[in-house]
Write a protein that binds this ligand. Structure first.
Ligand SMILES: Nc1nc2c(c(=O)[nH]1)N[C@H]1C(S)=C(S)[C@@H](COP(=O)(O)O)O[C@H]1N2
Ligand SMILES: [Mo]
Length: 424
C-alpha cells in the first residue's frame, strides 16, 4: 500500500515530474518555443492533487466517472406508444473496441423488465423428448461443459426506420439496436441430449417468463449447432434488462429469437406460427408475398465516428472508426469511402476477429475541412458483400422494416457537422 502511495503526485514537484514522464513534455516545450504563456493546467497544482480522494468503501459497485454522464442509452419517444414495449439504443458513437459494457447494452422489451427471483426460476424441457426435465438455476450451474462466447445480438428491426430514406440523426438510433457480449452458459445441445430428443423432433419453441410470454420457433439444426443457455454476460450475472437470470443465445440470428427470462423449451415437429414469426419479423415484398423465417442477420457495418452525434471538431489528423459484423461468420474486410462510394480504401481491422461478433475498424486520416460523404462496406468469410440501400430496395421493395443492412452514408460538412443522408 505505502509503495503505491509514493507514486501518487501529491506535491507540485512530483506532479510535474509525473506529467513529464507521461509525455506532456513535448507539448510544454512547443508552447514555450512559440512564446506562449505557460499552461496553468501544467504549471499549477489542481484540486485532484491537492486533496485526498474518497476511499475504497465509497463505491462497492463502481460507476463511470461523473464526467461520462452523457454516455447513456437513449430512446426515441415517438417510435413506440410507451416505454414498456420499446427500445433503448446503444450509444455506439461513444464506445470503442468490440465489447459492449453491460449498462449500455441496448434493451428491447415487449412487456417491461420482470423481476425474477433466481431461486424461483425454472427451465422446463418437454415435448418430443424421452425424458421431460425441469432445471433450477443451481442445476444449470452444475451442468458439465460450460462455455464462454462473444456474440453480437442485433434486432432484426435495426435500421428499420430508414427503409424509405434517411430519418434518424445518429448511429445510436440508426444502428444502435445491437450489442456484443461475452456470454457464459451451457450449449443448448447438452440440455436437449440430456432430455433425449425423439427422431421426429424438428423444431424448438423457446418461451420467456415475462408478461409478453415471448415465443419463437427455432429449427432443431440451429438449436443443436451453436445455441447457448446463459446466465452471465461480460463476467457477471445477466442484467435484468438482458434476461436475468437466464437467456437463450442464438448466434448470428435475429435478436428476437434470443428469448430472455427463458423458462420453457418445447420440441415439436413443425414451427408454431407464433405472433413474432407471422405478423412480426416478416417483410412484405412488392408482389404481395412476405418473406418469412428470415433468421440470419446479413453482413453490415457503420462508421460510428464521425457521425451526427460525434461530429469532427478539429482539422488535421483524425481517426475514423466503426463496426462491422455478419451473422454468417467472420468479417474478412471493411472498405471505407469518403466520396459517397466512388473510391474505396481498405480499413484497418483491429482486435480479435471472431465469427458472429462485432469487429472494429479504423482509418487514420487527415482532414482539411473537405465536404465528405462517408460510407463503410463489410465483407464476410462467405464472400457476401454489404449492399447499397438502393440494391436492397430493388430486391425487397419499400414495405420492409426488418433486415435493413444497406450501406450508411454520413455527410460531413466543412464545419465538421455530420448528417444522415442518402445518395440518389
Ligand atoms: N422474453 C422476452 N425475450 C425477448 C424479448 C422480449 O420482449 N421478451 N424481446 C426480443 C427482442 S425483439 C430482441 S431484439 C432482443 C433484445 O435483447 P436485449 O434486450 O438484450 O437487447 O430480445 C428478444 N427476447
Ligand atoms: Mo427485436
Amino acid at each position: 500500500m505505502s509503495d503505491a502511495r509514493k507514486d501518487r503526485p501529491t506535491s507540485r514537484r512530483s506532479f510535474l515530474a509525473a506529467a513529464a514522464g507521461a509525455g506532456a513534455l513535448a507539448t510544454t516545450g512547443r508552447a514555450q518555443a512559440q512564446g506562449q504563456k505557460p499552461d496553468p493546467l501544467i504549471t499549477e497544482p489542481q484540486d485532484w492533487n491537492r486533496f485526498l480522494g474518497p476511499g475504497v468503501d465509497a463505491a462497492p459497485y463502481g460507476k463511470p466517472s461523473r464526467f461520462e454522464a452523457g454516455v447513456v442509452r437513449r430512446h426515441v419517444g415517438w417510435l413506440t406508444a410507451d416505454t414498456i414495449s420499446s427500445i433503448n439504443f446503444t450509444p455506439l458513437h461513444q464506445l470503442d473496441g468490440i465489447v459492449t459494457p453491460n449498462g449500455l447494452c441496448f434493451e428491447r422489451h415487449h412487456a417491461g423488465v420482470p423481476e425474477i427471483e433466481p431461486g424461483k426460476h425454472r427451465l422446463m424441457v418437454h415435448g418430443l423428448v424421452e425424458k421431460p426435465l425441469v432445471f433450477t438455476m443451481d442445476d444449470l450451474k452444475r451442468f458439465p461443459g460450460r462455455v464462454n462466447k462473444l456474440y453480437f445480438l442485433e434486432c432484426a428491426a435495426n435500421g428499420g426506420m430508414e427503409w424509405r430514406g434517411a430519418q434518424l440523426n445518429g448511429c445510436q438510433f440508426t444502428h444502435g439496436m445491437i450489442h456484443n457480449v461475452w456470454y457464459t452458459g451451457v450449449p443448448l445441445k447438452t440440455l436437449l441430449d440430456e432430455a433425449g430428443m425423439r427422431t421426429n423432433g424438428k423444431w424448438l419453441l423457446a418461451e420467456g417468463a415475462d408478461a409478453s410470454l415471448m415465443t419463437r420457433s427455432i429449427p432443431i439444426e440451429k438449436a443443436m449447432k451453436d445455441c447457448l443457455v446463459v446466465w452471465a454476460m461480460n463476467g457477471e450475472a445477466l442484467r435484468p434488462e438482458q434476461g436475468y437470470p437466464l437467456r437463450l443465445v442464438v448466434p448470428g440470428w435475429e435478436g428476437n429469437m434470443w428469448i430472455k427470462w427463458l423458462r420453457r423449451l418445447e420440441i415439436g415437429d413443425q414451427p408454431w406460427q407464433q405472433r413474432e414469426e407471422t405478423s412480426k419479423y416478416t417483410d412484405l415484398l412488392a408482389d404481395g408475398r412476405s418473406r418469412r423465417f428470415t433468421f440470419v442477420m446479413d453482413a453490415k457495418s457503420v462508421v460510428t465516428n464521425p457521425s451526427p452525434q460525434a461530429p469532427l471538431r478539429q482539422k488535421g489528423p483524425n481517426v475514423l472508426t466503426g463496426l462491422a459484423w455478419s451473422g454468417r461468420g467472420a468479417i474478412t474486410r471493411v472498405d471505407v469511402s469518403i466520396d459517397g462510394g466512388r473510391n474505396w480504401r481498405n480499413a484497418r481491422i483491429d482486435g480479435p476477429v471472431l465469427p458472429m461478433s462485432l469487429t472494429r475498424f479504423y482509418v487514420d486520416f487527415d482532414w482539411q475541412g473537405e465536404d465528405m460523404l462517408i460510407q463503410s462496406r463489410a465483407m464476410d468469410e462467405t464472400g457476401y458483400v454489404q449492399p447499397t440501400k438502393d440494391e436492397l430496395r430493388k430486391v425487397r421493395g419499400v414495405n420492409s422494416i426488418y433486415h435493413n443492412n444497406g450501406i450508411q452514408t454520413w455527410h460531413v460538412k466543412p464545419n465538421g457537422e455530420t448528417e444522415n443522408v442518402e445518395i440518389l
